[in-house]
Design a protein around this ligand. Structure first.
Ligand SMILES: [Zn+2]
Length: 216
């Protein structure tokens, strides 16, 4: 598998390109901004985008999706539970001090546990509401890889003080859906450094709290 993870936009959202070496098909996760840079990386690997997956409809993760779709023809996938986030996109843009991006409802809203696949690569969607109503993660078991969006970070968890956020829901998502994955799972969060579930189990204060080993 080809993987490139790199920060895009003002808030340094981690955009990830996953590609298959044989089919040259690719999936792009969270193309928030910097579409020219994303296209350059795709071209360097001779990859064709087949799917665009958005972990949640916050501006820094979704702003570039429509432009990437227009250029590549790939469908945009994210949870319809995040449609309320679209309704406040101008508010999100005002917080950031940027222009309101064009956004559209998803071409497809993946169900919990739905398999997302391109030729040569298969992942599973895990619904993890809490940071937003429709936040989701993508798990690629064959690569021990979890694209965690803004649900779980190295040393932290997603904030829940934006509209649609809820801490109890976020904690339940992490405890019930993510902590059941294997220790060696590589976690690529929506911002900042990569980590592993083993590391987070051992040192993330929120995870320690959720597993009864510490308090926040
Ligand atoms: Zn977010």
């Amino acid at each position: 598998m080809i993987r490139e993870t790199f920060p895009v936009g003002l808030l340094a959202c981690n955009c990830t390109i996953l590609g298959d070496e044989v089919s040259r098909d690719a999936i792009v996760i969270d193309p928030g901004y910097d579409i020219p840079e994303i296209l350059t990386k795709l071209a360097a690997h001779q990859l064709t985008v087949r799917q665009i997956l958005i972990t949640h409809a916050h501006i820094d993760h979704i702003a570039g999706a429509l432009e990437l779709k227009r250029i590549t023809g790939a469908p945009i996938l994210y949870s319809k539970e995040d449609l309320p986030q679209l309704a406040i996109m101008d508010q999100q843009a005002a917080w950031l001090g940027v222009e309101t991006p064009q956004v559209r409802p998803p071409d497809h809203s993946p169900a919990d546990n739905e398999t997302i696949s391109i030729r040569g690569l298969e992942g599973k969607v895990i619904h993890t509401p809490g940071h937003t109503q429709g936040s989701l993660c993508l798990h690629i078991p064959s690569q021990n890889l979890l694209l965690a969006g803004d649900t779980l970070f190295a040393g932290g968890v997603g904030r829940t003080d934006f509209p649609g956020g809820d801490q109890d829901t976020l904690f339940a998502s992490i405890r019930d859906r993510l902590l059941s994955l294997p220790d060696q799972t590589i976690v690529v969060p929506g911002h900042g450094e990569e980590t592993t579930l083993a590391t987070e189990r051992a040192s993330n204060p929120f995870v320690l709290y959720l597993t009864g080993k510490g308090r926040v």
